[in-house]
Design a binder for this molecule. Structure first.
Ligand SMILES: [Zn+2]
Ligand SMILES: [Zn+2]
Length: 374
């Protein structure tokens, strides 16, 4: 094509030419945006949110909201409008650049969304447009909050128990603290909590949340879970309805406790990320067991276990540890060659009192002991 054949287009609306302004289709960009628009979006949308937890309804289901209802509303509008946005005739692609509310969100009611839409023509000409979309915000109560408020509607129970049956008070306290630290969406799935003689029962909205909660408790406390499933009828839609019970058993063992683990006399040193740290008291071998392995091997408190001793470190020199035994009023002096002393505490200082266990010739030092009268 020769130079002379470049066609200059003239906008039939305003008369400007394609030498002056970009064109989209047969119109200049400004007139195209004004007459045709960049994209078509619904003029009105509806936003239903839960007044208790801030979750919102979308495509028939309920979804977790963001930090505030206003943020959720804007995010929801972004999703809905992006999905239903249709580029006009000569626009190849369009998207939403931003959405604002005309006034701060204060609760249910009618709001206006100021939506900026951007698009690009097939020739790569970009165009922008501001549109106003009305949104009706309706407050409702989501099924999770309904269940929690009415204390009904749970589909699973998580039973937290001790290894020997009843869960002791110390463990209950730890479990309660742990549950408080769960993710908000898991905490919200707990419809009610009941404490009975045997332990703690959590009534949970759905099976998935119950399994997640149970596995978190299991991981934190070296527990073991057992699922039972019972058919309890049908839902209104005809689907089978089952009630899941997940029983979590927590080993009631304490650091410093002597156990028989798989028949071996074992000192429990404490929990680790993977499970627990143990010492075979005969061989001195230290080993880590995850919860599964611990339960598989079996563990029982060892009745003839080593009594806890409270020893004050006097000196540590020449490979020899010298302690004073607190039980004898610091009268008895105990000496141990260094190779028989196993220290499981970060610092060991002279003049301080430590909890220790003796097994055979070995001495295990677990941590600082509280001085009597403190
Ligand atoms: Zn024009
Ligand atoms: Zn809710």
């Amino acid at each position: 094509m020769g130079k002379g054949r470049v066609m200059v287009r003239v906008c039939p609306v305003c008369g400007r030419t394609s030498d002056e302004v970009p064109f989209i289709g047969g119109l200049c960009r400004d007139c195209y945006v004004e007459r045709v628009g960049v994209a078509v979006v619904p003029r009105r949308i509806r936003f239903v949110y839960c007044q208790y937890c801030g979750s919102y309804k979308y495509q028939g289901g309920w979804n977790r909201g963001l930090g505030t209802v206003e943020e959720t509303l804007l995010e929801y509008a972004h999703i809905v409008l992006s999905k239903r946005l249709k580029p006009t005739r000569d626009i190849a692609e369009a998207w939403i650049e931003g959405i604002r509310l005309d006034r701060p969100f204060t609760g249910p009611g009618l709001y206006r969304l100021l939506v900026s839409i951007a698009g690009r023509s097939r020739d790569g000409v970009e165009a922008r447009q501001e549109v106003v979309v009305e949104v009706r915000a309706d407050a409702s109560v989501c099924p999770a909050c309904t269940a929690r408020l009415t204390k009904r509607g749970y589909e699973a129970i998580v039973q937290i128990r001790g290894s020997t049956g009843r869960l002791g008070e110390k463990y209950r306290r730890e479990v309660r603290g742990f549950l408080e630290g769960l993710d908000p969406h898991l905490r919200e799935a707990i419809v009610k909590t009941e404490e009975g003689r045997d332990g703690i029962d959590l009534y949970v909205l759905d099976h998935t949340s119950a399994r997640v909660i149970a596995s978190k408790v299991r991981a934190a406390f070296m527990g073991r879970t057992i699922d039972t499933y019972k058919l309890v009828g049908r839902r209104p839609d005809g689907k089978r309805r089952g009630r899941l019970t997940v029983s979590v058993r927590i080993p009631e063992i304490e650091p410093g406790q002597v156990l028989l683990v798989g028949g071996r006399e074992t000192l429990f040193l404490g929990r680790t990320r993977r499970g627990g740290l143990f010492v075979d008291m005969r061989s001195g071998e230290q080993f880590e067991l995850d919860a599964e392995a611990l339960w598989e091997r079996g563990f029982t408190p060892h009745p003839g276990g080593a009594p806890e001793r409270r020893l004050m470190l006097l000196s540590r020199s020449g490979g020899t540890y010298v302690f004073l035994d607190a039980e004898t009023g610091y009268q008895r002096v105990l000496e141990y060659p260094g190779e028989y002393v196993h220290v499981y505490t970060d610092t060991l200082e002279e003049g301080r009192l430590y909890r220790a266990f003796q097994a055979g010739r070995r001495l295990y030092i677990l941590g600082e002991a509280v001085e009597e009268g403190e």
